[in-house]
Design a protein around this ligand. Structure first.
Ligand SMILES: Cc1cc2nc3c(=O)[nH]c(=O)nc-3n(C[C@H](O)[C@H](O)[C@H](O)COP(=O)(O)OP(=O)(O)OC[C@H]3O[C@@H](n4cnc5c(N)ncnc54)[C@H](O)[C@@H]3O)c2cc1C
Length: 511
């Protein structure tokens, strides 16, 4: 690492310090590389710590597992079979410690805005910070900005949004924190709702207790629209009597997440909606009567914006077909979860459509005229396809190699995938896994003196991930093993999962 005036020299420059960027920096730092990690906010963790998305979905392995275990050891994570929860403040500091201990250096308040290229490679990143304009030179660059800022600046090809929705992005949801919530009362009311003889699991109005109450509030004139067609409530880890929770609930639709004017509209809309939603919770949800809004997330809840086109574009069909790859660097076993870009009664697409069934996915033929408000503009293909929860697919290393720049890797939610594959794999554990693979791959690339990342055999990255302890050579364990061994019909969406409980009797989807 060297600094000369406004010029910084490293082996690897990582832009964006979300969970993906932090993992990339740690992996490259542990591999002995000189690393700068640029982050324009003043802490690491991105959406997890600054967006209050505190429930970690996906296969918990590698650096993600290490981070959670370190937090758990200090009482700042709730470890459970599925969706462990982190305390965002301790989470960000723990990531910072892990990055610094790897030898990587962090530059906070530093916004990567441009690149200079030479002969097909990025030579340097241009960033702005309190010191003014700085330049960072390196052999490899890793774009973990979530929005593919670096790839876009480098002129690399990318896609935005869903073509079937006129390029709109998934809906946006800002997280927030509440204090003085009596979760026991809330859980009891939630359970009573599900046991009510009038409860109809098929009805959108009954999709959850809170949604049911929202409809009531609309009937009473207390809400003018359904603010949250779906939501997550996470208790803060630590003391079970703690009354603090993080929530992400309210949705803004028709979003264009690479447009500053629209991003500002989303933020203003979310600020208003969260305030309305809190008033609704206080009036209609037992346990929330005394709730106090203690924080609006300082980071907008953008689920997706730009998706880089890489050496391989992961397809939704790959996920449905549970495809494995020689250069597979992460396992993925979750359901489809692209949130619908336009308003309506459904929050997320738990399925894709195909012209024929896909093995081993769960497929059913649907009539052409099925009224799906989640497909408002085009007739979907005739087969509705859901992932088989007993199976998993892999993310190939090639999805992290950006086309259009020889030395650019991308990791996290802007990795190379089609709309529905991205909507599924963008979850926290997978973003960290991709970051770990990108940092590992960057080191292997430099050690071999290669000139273009596509020359790097991704199987080597896989082997190195396995050597680091990532269990890519066996099917996912823990919760996923329980699902495989579950005797009987296996759920394919959240509500049905209430039947599956861990050793302590907790259902992963009873929020
Ligand atoms: C509302 C919502 C609910 C979700 N629910 C879940 C859930 O329950 N479970 C789950 O596992 N996942 C969930 N996700 C997905 C998951 O949280 C994110 O996809 C994941 O955290 C993304 O991590 P990342 O590191 O790729 O990107 P980000 O978290 O977006 O991090 C990017 C970082 O880069 C920085 N940055 C951006 N541009 C620049 C730049 N030009 N220069 C310098 N720094 C820059 C940002 O400040 C940020 O810190 C949810 C997402 C949302 C929005």
């Amino acid at each position: 690492m060297a600094i000369a005036g406004n010029r910084f020299f490293a082996d690897v420059v990582v832009c964006g310090g979300g969970v993906a960027g932090a993992a990339a920096a740690i992996a490259a730092g542990r591999a002995g590389k000189r690393v700068f990690l640029l982050e324009y906010r003043e802490s690491l963790g991105g959406l997890v710590t600054n967006g209050y998305i505190t429930g970690i979905a996906g296969c918990i392995d590698g650096l993600c597992k290490e981070w959670l275990e370190k937090l758990d050891a200090e009482g700042h994570a709730t470890m459970r079979a599925h969706l462990p929860v982190v305390e965002p403040e301790y989470g960000r500091v723990m990531l910072e410690q892990m990055v610094l201990q790897s030898g990587a250096r962090i530059l906070y308040g530093t916004h990567a805005v441009d690149v200079e290229k030479e002969a097909g490679s990025i030579r340097r990143v241009i960033a702005y910070c309190k010191s003014g304009r700085i330049e960072l030179e390196a052999g490899v660059f890793i774009d973990c900005t979530g929005d593919a800022d670096l790839a876009a600046a480098a002129g690399c090809p990318y896609e935005v949004g869903n073509a079937e929705f006129m390029g709109l992005n998934q809906s946006v949801t800002m997280g927030f924190k509440l204090s003085y919530v009596d979760l026991e009362r809330y859980y009891a009311a939630n359970a009573a709702f599900r046991q009510d003889p009038e409860y109809d699991a098929e009805s959108p109005q009954h999709s959850s207790f809170i949604v049911h109450q929202e409809y009531k509030a609309m009937e009473n004139g207390d809400l003018h629209e359904l603010l949250s067609p779906g939501y997550l409530v996470y208790a803060m880890p630590g003391d079970p009597k703690c009354t603090d929770v993080t929530l992400d609930a309210t949705h803004t639709f028709d979003c264009r997440c690479d447009d500053v004017v629209d991003l500002t509209r989303q933020i203003v809309d979310q600020h208003r909606k969260v305030l309305w939603f809190v008033e609704f919770l206080k009036k209609y949800i037992p346990g929330f009567e005394k709730a106090k809004l203690t924080s609006l997330a300082p980071m907008n809840g953008v689920r997706e914006s730009r998706r880089v086109i890489g050496e391989y574009v992961l397809k939704a069909e790959d996920i449905a077909a549970a495809r494995k790859f020689e250069d597979g660097i992460w396992q993925h076993a979750e359901v489809f979860d692209a949130h619908v870009p336009t308003p309506g009664k459904h929050t997320a697409n738990r399925h894709i459509h195909a012209s024929a069934p896909i093995e081993p996915a769960v497929c059913r033929h649907v009539p052409k005229d099925t009224d799906y408000n989640m497909h408002p503009f085009v007739d979907p293909l005739p087969y509705e396809v859901r992932t088989n929860p007993r199976e998993y697919c892999e993310v190939p290393f090639r999805c992290l190699i950006a086309k259009g720049a020889d030395n650019l890797l991308v990791a996290g939610r802007c990795f190379s995938a089609d709309y529905h594959a991205n909507g599924c794999v963008r979850i926290i554990a997978a973003c960290m896994g991709m970051g770990q693979a990108a940092g590992t791959g960057a080191a292997l690339f430099l050690d071999r003196g290669l000139t273009a990342l596509r020359e790097l055999d991704g199987a080597l990255v896989r082997q190195e991930m396995i050597r680091q302890g990532v269990k890519l050579d066996e099917a996912p364990g823990g919760y996923w093993k329980t699902i495989r061994e579950f005797d009987g019909e296996v759920f394919i969406n959240g509500a049905d999962m209430a039947d599956l409980r861990d050793a302590e009797g907790h259902s992963p989807y009873l929020f």
